[in-house]
Design a protein around this ligand. Sequence first.
Ligand code: ADP
Ligand code: GN1
Ligand code: MG
Length: 359
Amino acid sequence: MRDIIGVIEQFATEGLPISCGRFGSGHINETYLLVTNRPHLYILQKVNTRVFPDARGLMNNIIRVTRHIAEKDADPRRVLSLIPTRSGEPYILNENNELWRLYDYITDSVCLNRAETLSDFRSSGIAFGMFQRQLADFNAADLVEIIAGFHDTPKRYEALRRAIEEDKMNRLRDVRAEVEFYLSREKGEDGGASILPDLLRNNEIKLRAAHNDTKLNNVMLEQSTHAPLCVIDLDTVMPGLAATDFGDAIRFGASTAAEDEKDLSKVGVSLELYKAYAEGFLSMCKENLNQTELDTLPDGARMMTLECGIRFLTDYLEGDVYFHIARPEHNLDRARTQMVLVSDMERKDREMRAILRNI
Ligand code: ADP
Ligand code: GN1
Ligand code: MG
């Protein structure tokens, strides 16, 4: 706690701090809600620099992108805003590569882990579609690739295979069925896990400034109306694909159960939620996407679910070193829900495509 007080004192807050406690349900950073006696609310974050070693590159990406959006929309609740330190720096980076930053709290907002209504999820689609549109004229090459191959599914397969070979924790014997499920989907007549990288290589889809982590809980909605407000968690903003931004949102938000649900009979993809998100997303950015990008949005959903499941299983095999966990088999539970979702998306592929065509 003494560390944190020392950190808070360095930022140019309005008023004096009265409380600072852990906040939110992100899997990566340490997030705190800081309240001052003004009263004024802030979000203080210790960024996970094991996951994001290039702290300066990451913050430069965020500064560039938030500036670009703020030029298009001056409403302070519609874009993250960094509070500088008292000496005028945009963040604190110490000699141990510990990165601290302070954001203004988006006032009168909510962040959901589950859509309460179809309209909530449509709002999330609008927010991420708007984000895509606002960045359509942003040169993706100006962004640092903050984690190399972040959504390169074939590379995620390589990491899984390495974890299987090493089997550091001696857990492989308990997860044979899961491993087999994921490995069986690597190759396929439809391109398997390389479908999107192959299209990119052939210039049929393009790299854009993308969010890359479009979970429902990475968007703030207006508290009373649940209208879309602001996209947050910009750590993974870097060159990426429309299909993966669309797809990751579906993976998380169109599921009928939580990402870590233990009762797999509750897990599936809701076509109603899928449709609501697609309507919101496309209402904002369909003019910016080419036909192949539009056609491969459902592939993005399946690939992101497959990939995320692979990442959870890899982390389980490696001893839970990447994602925060709250119980011993947390990553395994997550890997299992993603399997059910992948299978359900395979079954519903035709319907998912038809819904998009109709929109
Ligand atoms: P992580 O990378 O760990 O997911 P996030 O940046 O998503 O970290 O922050 C975690 C949570 O903190 C979010 O899900 C949200 O509830 C809350 N949060 C983050 N930034 C803000 C903000 N500016 N205003 C209000 N709440 C925020
Ligand atoms: C992580 O940071 P958070 O909780 O929003 C992860 C995403 C995963 C997600 C799974 C930098 O997102 O890639 O899809 O967990 N972020 C990073 O819930 O790896
Ligand atoms: Mg987050």
